[in-house]
Ligand binder design. Structure first.
Ligand code: CP
Length: 314
């Protein structure tokens, strides 16, 4: 199958075959990352601009590393050091970046729809690195990639996403991917953060933590996104933790081989106990590592790279 998209904006719009193609390409790049020379010349001569107008540690660094591993030139711009602080619009900022010769823009922005907007006004590929509460497609891709490494097929697998779903772009991207893979997805959390309307996405909604976690093969924790909440969604963090925080007792309800995931940043002692975040069922740092290979695949394919040229060897 050939890759035909210039932009990566959402997982909602990708087909299962496209998601699988990114995963296959990421598998090939992961093998390269295991070598002593971790670099390939695939994007030599290209310039990628990482425009991060919202804070980030993992996504921004992984995109930086992915571009460098592909031999691209990388320039990173954040909100504090850009002329957006002087009132420059997103459109003007992006058009100036394109005028300076960028071949691709990776954008993180607090406004849902910003990457789509840029894809309509620029003539270069645009990659969504997280837009408001809407989507975080590369996170959904690296999360499902990590799940497949541990579980093989995702079809029929019991996946629980626990926490602030309403404001989570990570949850939304994972839901779109997991439903396409045929996973059995349950969303759990306080009713204010996990409304029944989310069932229209093809998942189950529950507010009963014990029955949701029972025999689940994956639990993905999400932090409370205070920066996006416009009202108090529950009485206090302490009450959230007492009712929905993952601790040793609650983790014992999971399938014996269950994996524990979190996209980061973690609020230790709030949505997850430190013992579990650092324990042997946690794959949290594997998710971070996989973020490089998955983002290499996204940059490579959207830049017009030939998927066949990086076919993994057995
Ligand atoms: N998972 C994630 O998006 O983390 P950052 O905000 O640190 O990029």
């Amino acid at each position: 199958m050939s890759w035909t998209r210039r932009h990566l904006l959402t997982l909602e719009e990708l087909s299962l075959a496209e998601i699988e193609q990114i995963h296959v390409t990421a598998t090939a790049f992961k093998k390269i990352l295991g070598r002593s020379v971790k670099k390939v010349p695939a994007l030599r001569g290209k310039t990628i601009v990482n425009l991060f107008l919202e804070p980030s540690t993992r996504t921004r660094m992984a995109f930086d590393m992915a571009a460098k591993r592909l031999s691209a030139d990388v320039i990173s711009l954040d909100a504090a050091s850009s002329s957006t602080t002087k009132g420059e619009t997103l459109r003007d900022t992006a058009e100036n970046i394109a005028a300076l010769g960028a071949d691709m823009i990776v954008i993180r922005h607090s406004c849902a729809g910003s990457p789509l907007y840029l894809s309509k006004i620029l003539n270069i590929p645009v990659i969504n690195a997280g837009d408001g509460s809407h989507e975080h497609p590369t996170q959904g891709l690296l999360d499902t990639f990590t799940m497949k490494e541990h579980l093989g097929t995702l079809k029929g697998r019991r996946v629980v996403i626990l926490g602030d779903i309403l404001f989570s772009r990570v949850a939304r991207s994972n839901i779109h991917a997991l439903v396409k893979f045929g996973a059995d997805v349950t969303l759990v959390g306080p009713a204010t953060l996990v409304p029944p309307s989310l069932e229209t996405l093809g998942v189950r909604v529950s507010h009963d933590l014990r029955s949701a976690l029972a025999d689940a093969e994956v639990v993905m924790l999400l932090r409370i996104q205070h920066e996006r909440q416009t009202a108090t969604m529950f009485p206090s963090l302490g009450e959230y933790t007492s009712m929905f925080g993952l601790n040793k007792t609650r983790a014992s309800w999971l399938h014996p081989k269950a994996i524990i995931m979190h996209p980061g940043p973690i609020n230790r002692g709030v949505e997850i106990d430190s013992d579990l975040a650092d324990g042997n069922r946690s794959v949290i740092l594997e998710q971070v590592t996989n973020g490089i290979a998955v983002r290499m695949a996204c940059l490579y394919l959207c830049a017009g790279g030939n998927p066949e040229a990086v076919t993994p060897t057995a």
